[in-house]
Design a protein around this ligand. Sequence first.
Ligand code: NAX
Length: 321
Amino acid sequence: MRVTVTGAAGQIGYALLFRIASGAMLGADTRVDLRLLELPAAARAAEGIAMELQDCAFPTLGTVDVFDDAVPAFDGAEIALLVGSRPRGPGMERRDLLEANGGIFAPQGRALNAGAAADVRVLVVGNPANTNALIAAAHAPDIPAERFTAMTRLDHNRAVAQLAAHESVPVHQVSGVAIWGNHSATQYPDLTHTRVDGRPLGLDRGWYADEFIPTVAKRGAAIIEARGSSSAASAASAAIDHVRDWVAGTPGGEWTSAALPSDGSYGVPEGVVSSFPVRSVAGEWRIVPGLEIDAFSRERIDASVAELVEERNAVRELGLL
Ligand code: NAX
């Protein structure tokens, strides 16, 4: 399969590429041809990573090519991991951030439209991920919008791990966790449908509201504070999980979390790229239907979705949609 990775010379790229090449994303029987897209200033560094990839002699790795132009980089892409983005600089307002990223994700959407496989799967990791996915999809009119997704799997994995630690159980005994809304501090990690070892979780509401939700939502900031740079290996691992499940299916009827263009489910306005509980069936994400949403959850989902709607309005005003 032909896999394009943008921001290939960044810290997530460095953690991601070797796992893709080793077969962790698409399995031991799938040959992967990697196409690395970088800014011209970082293309030389990407060449160095291509040399290292070659030196691993992975049996699953085919070709590795480096590009500083999106059009050839996305040519024939079956999977596109859009990791490179413009980070928020000092004094940068949200509008400036959205505009700078529009300058990246609009042309990348057009390049995908021009040359990617008709059934390409796109995962946007670069922030603001949900709205960057919305922009890219808007510039790729020939690709169905649902092929554009944004990553909330890291938030999902963080939520699973926090709960497992709190309950003193292994992570595989936790099911039914969901992330709703934006990949931002307003996200809502939902434990109201969670089961531990197959049994409904007796949810300690005080811990849930005062500790669990803020810990998950602010985990990225805690990693920066401790490590001196943002999450990289865990973000790469979550991207692998997202694409693996999208291609191979979520195991055993379980669900996970991913940000997709809303079909209007759960009161999320149609088209907004919001995180939902999802299952992957027959190679497509499906929003888990019919979950009961209590008043506590409703308020939090609405708050995060309101932020997404604001971002959508801002990029519309900027002429990016
Ligand atoms: P780095 O700054 O280490 O790397 C980014 C790389 O992207 C750089 O090498 C840069 O040259 C390249 N780049 C920038 N614009 C590009 C373009 N137009 N085309 C190709 N390459 C381009 O950042 P890193 O730590 O790797 O993080 C990448 C992105 O992931 C950031 O936006 C970050 O905020 C986001 N994250 C998203 C997460 C999520 O859960 N959705 C979690 C982790 C991470 O914070």
